[in-house]
Design a binder for this molecule. Structure first.
Ligand code: FAD
Length: 382
C-alpha cells in the first residue's frame, strides 16, 4: 500500500530512498524549466518506421494517441537536420546500418537516420493516458521483458537471487521504465464518465503501489540517470546550446539553459550514487556487456512496433535517454569526457533524450508524492 512506502538503501546503489526524496522537488523545478527551453523541447524522431519483428497493424485511433509535429522552419537553424549532419556526422568505421537507423559499437540503442523523421515540440505532446492497451501493448511489454534473458535455456529456472548482477540491473531498468510510464498514465488520467483529467489513485495502487519493487525501480532509474548526468557534467556544461541567433532574447535563453542545467548537474553530483564499476567485471565481462547492449538495442527497435504515436514518441525518447546513460556509464572513458578534446561524444538528440528522460522519472517521483497525499487524505476522511 502507499503507507508502506520504501525506506532505506536502494539495492545496487549507495543511495537511499530518503536522499532521493529530499532532492526531488528541487530537481523537478529545475528540470521543468530546462525542458521548456528551445534546445530541450525540440526532438527529432522517425516515428513511422516499420515494425521489424512482426506485422503490426493495431493502430490506436484515439485522439489522445496522436501527436502534433512542427515544421522544421520553426526549429532554430543550428539544430536542423542538414546543419547537424554536417557537425555530427558519425565516423563510418564502427557504423552498423539497418534501413532507417544505425548504431555504433559504443551505442546501447539504434539511432534514427538523420535524413528521416519529424520534429516534435515535446511540451505540446505530454506523455499521459492515451487509452492505448490490449493485445498490442501487452505484446510489446512481454517482448521487452523477454530481452531480459541472458542465460542458456537450461539455466532459466534460476531464482532472482541467483541471477547475475547485470541481469538484475537490466530487469530493474526495464521494470522502472514501465512503472514510470504507468505512473504518468495514472497521474494524468482521463475519466471517461466525467470527461475530466486528473490523478487516479486506484490506478496507481493497482499498477504500482501494490508491487513495491516497481516503485523501487523508478528510484533506481532516477539514480542511474543522475549518475550519468554527474559523470558527463563538465561536458554538458560546455555543450553548445545556441542554435542560430533568431531574436533578441536568444542570449537570455542560453543563459537560462545553462543555469538550470548546472543546478541539475550539482544535484546529480550529490545524489547520483550508482557505482558503475561493479558491473561487467570478471572473465566473461566483455561478452556480457556486448549481450547487454544487443538486448537493449532490440528494445529500442521494439519501440517501432508501438501502435500509438504518442506512446511511441515517448517510448523511443526514453529508451534513447536510458541508452545514452548506459553509454556514458559503461562506454565512455573518463579521459575522453573533456569537451575541449571531444566535441562529438554525444549527439544533440542523445543530450535532449537524456535530460527529458531524467525529467520524466523526476515527474514520476513527484507524482508518487501526490498519490501519497491523496491516500493520506482518503484515510483521514474514512
Ligand atoms: P501493462 O502496463 O500493459 O503491463 C503488462 C503486464 O506487465 C502486467 O500485467 C504485469 O504483469 C507486468 N507489469 C506491469 N508493470 C510492470 C512493472 N513496472 N515491472 C514489471 N512488470 C510489470 N498508455 C498510455 O495511456 N499512455 C502512454 O503514454 C503509453 N505509453 C506506452 C509506451 C510503451 C512503450 C508501451 C509498450 C505502452 C504504452 N502505453 C501507454 C500502454 C500502457 O503501458 C499499458 O500497456 C496499458 O495501459 C495497459 O495496461 P495493463 O494494466 O494492461 O498492463
Amino acid at each position: 500500500s502507499c503507507e508502506q512506502f520504501p525506506t532505506g538503501p536502494i539495492e545496487t546503489t549507495s543511495c537511499d530512498f530518503e536522499t532521493v526524496e529530499s532532492v526531488s522537488e528541487d530537481l523537478y523545478n529545475n528540470l521543468q524549466d530546462l525542458v521548456r527551453t528551445p534546445f530541450f523541447k525540440y526532438y527529432r524522431a522517425d516515428l513511422y518506421r516499420e515494425c521489424p519483428f512482426w506485422q503490426e497493424n493495431a493502430m490506436c485511433s484515439n485522439k489522445q494517441c496522436g501527436i502534433t509535429t512542427v515544421d522544421e522552419s520553426e526549429v532554430p537553424e543550428g539544430w536542423r537536420a542538414a546543419a547537424l549532419s554536417k557537425v555530427e556526422k558519425p565516423s563510418q568505421d564502427d557504423l552498423h546500418y539497418l534501413p532507417g537507423c544505425y548504431y555504433r559499437d559504443a551505442d546501447f540503442c539504434f539511432l534514427d537516420d538523420m535524413s528521416e523523421g519529424e520534429y516534435v515540440d515535446l511540451t505540446l505532446n505530454p506523455e499521459r493516458f492515451t487509452g492505448y492497451s490490449g493485445p498490442s501493448a501487452t505484446r510489446i511489454w512481454s517482448s521487452i521483458y523477454k530481452e531480459n534473458c541472458f542465460r542458456p535455456p537450461a539455466e532459466l529456472s534460476l531464482s532472482q537471487e541467483e541471477q547475475c548482477l547485470e541481469e538484475r540491473v537490466y530487469y530493474k531498468i526495464i521494470s522502472g521504465l514501465h512503472a514510470s510510464i504507468s505512473t504518468h498514465i495514472c497521474f494524468e488520467n482521463f475519466d471517461q464518465n466525467t470527461g475530466t483529467w486528473g490523478p487516479n489513485l486506484e490506478c496507481f495502487i493497482a499498477r504500482i503501489a501494490s508491487h513495491p519493487e516497481r516503485l523501487e525501480n523508478i528510484y533506481f532509474n532516477a539514480i542511474l540517470l543522475l549518475r550519468a548526468v554527474a559523470r558527463i557534467g563538465p561536458y554538458l556544461s560546455a555543450y553548445d546550446y545556441c542554435g542560430v541567433k533568431t531574436g533578441e532574447h536568444e542570449g537570455d535563453a542560453d543563459a537560462l539553459t545553462l543555469e538550470k542545467l548546472n543546478n541539475v548537474i550539482a544535484i546529480a553530483q550529490d545524489v547520483g550514487r550508482f557505482d558503475e564499476k561493479l558491473l561487467f567485471q570478471g572473465e566473461n565481462a566483455l561478452n556480457l556487456k556486448e549481450e547487454f547492449k544487443q538486448h537493449f538495442r532490440n528494445v529500442s527497435r521494439i519501440m517501432d512496433c508501438v501502435g500509438c504515436d504518442k506512446c511511441r514518441l515517448w517510448g523511443k525518447l526514453q529508451t534513447s535517454g536510458v541508452g545514452t546513460a548506459l553509454k556514458i556509464l559503461f562506454e565512455l572513458d573518463p579521459d575522453t569526457l573533456d569537451p575541449r578534446l571531444n566535441h562529438n561524444l554525444l549527439s544533440r538528440s542523445e543530450v535532449v533524450a537524456l535530460i527529458n528522460t531524467l525529467n520524466r522519472f523526476t515527474e514520476s517521483l513527484v507524482a508518487v508524492n501526490g498519490f501519497r497525499k491523496m491516500w493520506a487524505d482518503e484515510d483521514q476522511g474514512s
